[in-house]
Design a protein around this ligand. Sequence first.
Ligand code: ADP
Ligand code: ZN
Ligand code: ZN
Length: 652
Amino acid sequence: MVLAEVIIEYPASSLDRPFYYAYNENNNLQKGVRVKIPFANKEIIGYVYQVIKKEQTKEEFEKENGYVLKDIIQVIDKEPIINEELFLLAKEISNYYFSPLISVLKTMLPPSLKPSTTSLSKPKIAYEQYLEVIEKDISSLTNKQKELYETIKSQKRIKKSSVSYSIAINLLKKGFLKEIKEEKYRLITKTNENKDFNILNEEQENAKNEVLKTTNQIFLLEGITGSGKTEVYLHLTKEYLKKGKTVLILLPEISLTYQVIKIFLNHFSKIAILHSSLTNSEKYDEYRKISKGEVDIVIGARSSIFAPLKNIGLVIIDEEHSETYKQETAPYYHALTVAKMRQKQQEFNILLGSATPSLESRARAFKGTYKLLKLTKRYKTNLPTCNIVDLASLKEVDEKSIIVSKTLREKIKERLANKEQVLIMLNRRGYATYITCRRCSYTFKCPKCNLPLSLHIDENILKCHHCGYNSKMVSECPKCNSPYLRTGGIAIQKAEQELNKLFPEAKILRLDSDVAKKRLATKAIIDDFQKNKADILLGSQMISKGLDFPNVTLSCILLADVGLNIPSFRASEKIFALLTQTIGRAGRRNNGEAIIQTYMPNHYAIQLAAKQDYETFFLTEMKYRKIASYPPFSYCAILEISSIDEKELISS
Ligand code: ADP
Ligand code: ZN
Ligand code: ZN
């Protein structure tokens, strides 16, 4: 008998152990495949963790152990769904983050390979059918048949779908043609390789050479916005491919992914892409390409760190300070932590890139744990000059607008007249941050969190930004039935309305997570803006990082205060990074300008961001962190323990 240790699909820590099942078929059972198994009167999915060959029969085993052994109902995969390296990695992550192994495996695998009943839709491999000729005397054929035969012969092979079906079928039957079936991948990425590489400047060249010198090291590439970090990534990739190694590139935002992919496709061809806008079939295909070793570059978001890429030479984590590298649902992994775990097995270099490194990373570079590489200059232009506009000043706001100051209005007008583009960032979703009744002061609140609900006018709903609760917007106060409701707190949809009113001649695009929900909307907006089809791009933090728009000469933060007053020791660091990054979008080909609007013009994070002075910010912030013993002077961990029974919770 074969005994299988199976971990089951339920991600509960109490079930996070192997269960035993018997397997009696003649064919081999492999470790790492998914199986259908009976569990508590249900048929569920499990993952075969271990296969043990027993001399005993099932009956002998049951007698010895005193329980009934159930049988595996069905083996789902022909081959293991992950390789040994990734399986060991899953175990390490499970231990490190106290997460059930099954939930780690589910995170690592593309949707269609997850060990779970709900995702068991059988991803099917797509095929393309081709026709080839069989060498024969064709004098017996009709003219049309001859014609097709000759066409196929001259092209060696032809897609079946591209020729006349009836003629082809006839020739196939008569044995003049043969059919060939080949796996095809659904995601079509147009490569335009062999474009020339730019020549690196001295700083870039230095950085590149430092990385190539050693292995198993972590580098921090601190380069001001627009200093050409992406260029360094490109050149390094070329060098690693030359050595026969592969390269994994992680990016923080889907919006940025499109641009970087485009750049890489200009120089390389064997690339797999993994990000959230792909369909499940596309994800499955990309995953298969990687596991079969058909690509040597993988570009994607956080979870690409689990790509089954072998022979890795370099892992690049771009915009390393980005919060998106940490997953906010179980397992709560950080991509860099996982990269370090993989580094122990594969011995590659890790390159972290940012204009505003996280304090943790920068402190490690300071101590020499990471090797610091710096890019201090932009390739052609200077950093934008930045003005801080005090929104409390009566000179700046009037009845025309309370969001767009006079200074900003003037600057935008200039840009529109010059046919240059403007980037405007406001990191607040929806239209208004609260709604109250003018008569009785009732405020709409989330029934679960008791926090004010935001109004989203696109869908006309009220939303809780904390828990996601939402309800339809109503026309009168639920308490006193008054129809006079007041919206307050400026969010991005309201800003869009105001900008449209102030600049009716301008074409304005908006990009935030609400807009981005629609598949491929992000790509369309970024493409259009890049092609100069719009004058103003208004966006959330999604537009702050990494994007390279040549024609943007003015970049603006509508309200820098958003997020600065939240009770988190990271608040200043986050705002500093967000402002610095947003300012950095301007003037990348011709010199540019930036504007920060705020009610707190004297805040150090705002002042230093305006100067793009990371070094002073780092030193200042480190002092505050030291006084309060916050990271990087300590480690923080959140332990979440939950139960429906309070007493039981406390006692356990
Ligand atoms: P970063 O990623 O640091 O923000 P990018 O790599 O996007 O900067 O570079 C900013 C701009 O400068 C890009 O348009 C890039 O093509 C250009 N650039 C950077 N380095 C070079 C170089 N060595 N030669 C030519 N152009 C460069
Ligand atoms: Zn009321
Ligand atoms: Zn809520």
